[in-house]
Design a protein around this ligand. Structure first.
Ligand SMILES: [Zn+2]
Length: 335
């Protein structure tokens, strides 16, 4: 929400929001840097955003991400906007800026995003997919005006039960969610990559991630790349998979469930066509954890095992096998 005033320009003055005294305003998290917040009702800002989108598309961009998509809604928490354009629009639509700033700026933000998308689409000759930063996977106005979400999440959001509940809802709403994790814990990054992809989403490679401490984090590639190779190897299976209302207990013997619990390995059950897909997603565990013995209440004739460490399909001759708790193992049941 603080685009520079033009290509190569390092000023942030055009089309900006103003407080009641007519001064430019800054977001609290970048205060003092001179990156003044924009006003969605200012036609100069709207034009600037369309120009930026066109430059990106002309430069080869296929999709666009809108950061700070709550725009004028977010700015209400640090004063709202009282500029001439906001005053004029509020008067025209019957809003009182003193008592109805949030409702007014919500309406203003929706209007801005709809117009931006219409103008970009027209400019490019076809629909341009746009994502938004829906921080910590929030979904409401104005996020639903975009095609999908792409945001940072925190370790608390990456717990398997939290992700499962969230992605079940996303699947119901036909919403695609891409995340990146704000944690330097490699084991947790590996676990989250496996969980998110197994649940039907996607996770960006942990590159230059903005951490809660204000520092940046990039993962050591050797520990992360095998999981992304595995996403590619089983991509068709992931794309086709949908939630089923069957717990892993329906497929695994009790002693296997206990062993998984002790090793803190999670399970995700999905369905892909005629196959049941059982993911064993890693705990935030090191490689020194011993293998876990698994006994499946099916097969063995229709059991196929793959893992990030061994992605080639392996047809099982019996219904027992072992998994490594630090690996991402996938068992398909059925044909
Ligand atoms: Zn304004």
């Amino acid at each position: 929400m603080w685009p520079p005033d033009g290509i190569g320009e390092k000023t942030y003055q055009r089309g900006r929001a103003r407080d009641r005294a007519g001064q430019l305003i800054e977001a609290p998290w970048v205060r003092g840097q001179g990156w003044y917040w924009s006003c969605v009702n200012n036609p100069e800002f709207r034009g600037l955003q369309v120009d930026r989108a066109r430059w990106a598309l002309q430069g080869g961009a296929k999709r666009l991400q809108h950061d700070d998509c709550r725009a004028a809604i977010a700015a209400v928490s640090f004063g709202g906007c009282w500029c001439q354009y906001c005053r004029q629009r509020a008067a025209r639509l019957g809003y009182d800026l003193q008592s109805q700033m949030l409702a007014f700026q919500t309406s203003s933000t929706v209007s801005y995003i709809k117009e931006l998308r219409a103008r970009i689409g027209t400019a490019n000759g076809h629909a341009v997919l746009m994502s938004c930063n829906n921080f910590r996977m929030k979904l409401g106005i104005p996020h639903t005006l975009f095609d999908y979400g792409m945001c940072e999440i925190d370790p608390a959001d990456a717990a398997l039960d939290v992700l499962t509940k969230t992605y079940r809802e996303f699947e119901r709403l036909n919403w695609m969610q891409v995340v990146t994790l704000r944690s330097a814990d490699i084991a947790l990054n590996r676990a989250t990559i496996a969980r998110v992809h197994a649940l039907g989403g996607a996770m960006l490679y942990p590159y230059n991630v903005y951490m809660p401490s204000g520092t940046r984090f990039t993962a050591d590639s050797g520990s992360i790349v095998p999981f992304y190779k595995y996403v590619r190897a089983i991509g068709a299976l992931l794309d086709e998979s949908r939630f089923v209302d069957q717990p892993s207990a329906s497929y695994l013997f009790a002693e296997s469930l206990e062993a998984l619990k002790r090793a803190r390995v999670g399970t995700i059950v999905r369905r892909a066509g005629t196959q049941t897909v059982l993911h064993f997603v890693p705990a935030a565990a090191g490689r020194d954890v011993p293998p876990v013995d698994i006994r499946v209440a099916a097969g063995p004739g229709n059991l196929v095992l793959r893992s990030a460490a061994r992605p080639d399909p392996q047809a099982l001759r019996e219904n027992t096998f072992a998994i490594a708790p630090w690996d991402w193992t996938t068992l398909t049941i059925g044909t």
